[in-house]
Design a protein around this ligand. Sequence first.
Ligand SMILES: Cc1cc2nc3c(=O)[nH]c(=O)nc-3n(C[C@H](O)[C@H](O)[C@H](O)COP(=O)(O)OP(=O)(O)OC[C@H]3O[C@@H](n4cnc5c(N)ncnc54)[C@H](O)[C@@H]3O)c2cc1C
Length: 579
Amino acid sequence: MAGAEVRVPDIGDFKEVEVIEVLVKPGDAVTKEQSLITLESDKATMEIPSPQAGVVKALRVKVGDKVSKGSTILELEAQEESAAAAAPSKEKPKATPPASPSPLDRGAESAADVECDVVVLGAGPGGYSAAFRAADLGLRTVIVERYPVLGGVCLNVGCIPSKALLHTAAVIDAARGLAEHGVSFGEPKVDLAKLRAFKDKVVGKLTGGLATMAKLRKVTVLTGKGTFVDPHHIAVETKEGRKTVRFANAIIAAGSQAAKLPLLPEDPRIVDSTGALELKSIPKKMLVVGGGIIGLEMGTVYSTLGTRLDVVEMMDGLMLGADRDLVAAWQKANARRFDNVMLKTRTTKVEPSPQGLKVHFDGEHKEARTYDLVLVSVGRAPNGKAIGAEKAGVAVTERGFIETDSQMRTNVPHIFAIGDITRNPMLAHKAVHEGHVAAEAAAGQKSHFDARVIPSVAYTDPEIAWVGLTEDEAKKAGTKVEVAKFPWSASGRAIANARDEGFTKLVFDAETHRVVGGGIVGAGADDLIAEVALAIEMGADAVDIGKTIHPHPTLSESVGFAAEVHEGACTEVLPRRKR
Ligand SMILES: Cc1cc2nc3c(=O)[nH]c(=O)nc-3n(C[C@H](O)[C@H](O)[C@H](O)COP(=O)(O)OP(=O)(O)OC[C@H]3O[C@@H](n4cnc5c(N)ncnc54)[C@H](O)[C@@H]3O)c2cc1C
């Protein structure tokens, strides 16, 4: 019998991670894969399994120690698996899997390559969050993802790469703005290859982290397109051939894809958001088709890098959904980026030529114009019709959405759906919350999606963020609300930042004075809106918010000041005139 040192395996980017539990002691017999210690980083808790069966001879770590890859955990006297298994195990008990319907109980007969308690179809923010939660609750979990990297749209071609580029753009704009403070850097030289590499590195760091987390949680990842075969089987077309997964519960997290405009020809100069994120070149003139958040975020990046922008929108405003006064403040600050903002106008035809893309319009604007790049960002379409849902008996709407109850169960109770595929708004943080609810419900918990509000953010410059009931919605619905605004021109921090063009507003229920909504436009609005969301969830009223001491000088004060404005108690602005 050989003695061997058991060391911390590759735990990804984690270093100097604290040992929070030692699960074995000298003399214990352990089986292969039995958890030995638990580590906790700021991001995750992970158990380190034994690489082989044996008897613990000596411990080399204790609770509170910091360990990294290669640190010795203990000395193990190797044993045959059967001998060790016979010895009493000290493995930490896992949460008992729910009394979920077993596929075998239901008479499902086809053979399976993989069996699990939960299969998650799609590894976007909804899917991986659901899978990790399910695994943490002790369920045998499988992720099926058609791409070789986890993270879905958000991490690979959505939230994260766009924010990496927007960050670069914001720094360039801030540096340019410093000229007014007497500090000049000159015009930036942009190395597009390096900028793309930075964006790719950001994405790689996050998606690599997910792969590690999946491994450490023992979530099986099958790479390949998955399609339901029946209510308890998914077939996956992997590189190694077709594999069948038999599941007790399924969570559909197959997301959405960019909506297409059928009238447009195939041309490499006509791109969707994924194409725009590739940043192949910096066009001189670009048309953004669709005045929503995604198009305007990408427009901001290109414009800062030197592109002149036009935007065309069928409706009568940009970024519909946000209050018009918020959008007006953004539009004023961004007028310099646009040559033409064409509202109530449709794109009717695009004629490609070596000189450019001649785009024809109809509506309030009719003059055809020529562009070097056309970004089509006219919304996203759910993927509900492309996963064989009908084979499992799951109902899909005409548009491709899969409807659920508040536990995220579809019409087939052991099959859940989450994220973009379920309903609007198509946002990553909604997908994550729904994923947790679905996993907990699959594990037999009484979880429900009962969030009162879901915040929205346009990460433009300045950002626009809103949550809950908007002032415009309240007006349309005839809901009695009171609105209080705090202008950033009265905020010491905003003035010191030379970014005082924004404002913070809160919407209160006229009777209870509870906050029911809020909107912020200004640099940093994305983070600030979280306080308003929390206030709404907690049922806070204007006094609660105003009497909460916000640190000075910060932009967060603007939330407290807006509440004080509502109460007529704000000394940063003049009192409201008595009527
Ligand atoms: C440019 C852009 C910027 C965005 N910015 C933000 C932002 O800042 N904040 C925000 O909250 N949201 C943002 N979004 C939206 C956000 O990306 C989505 O709401 C989010 O990704 C939805 O998550 P999901 O898990 O529902 O699905 P997705 O992220 O779409 O993931 C679905 C996954 O399922 C896989 N899949 C689909 N069908 C199959 C199949 N048959 N077999 C196997 N795998 C399959 C796909 O490959 C994909 O990986 C942005 C989107 C875009 C396009």
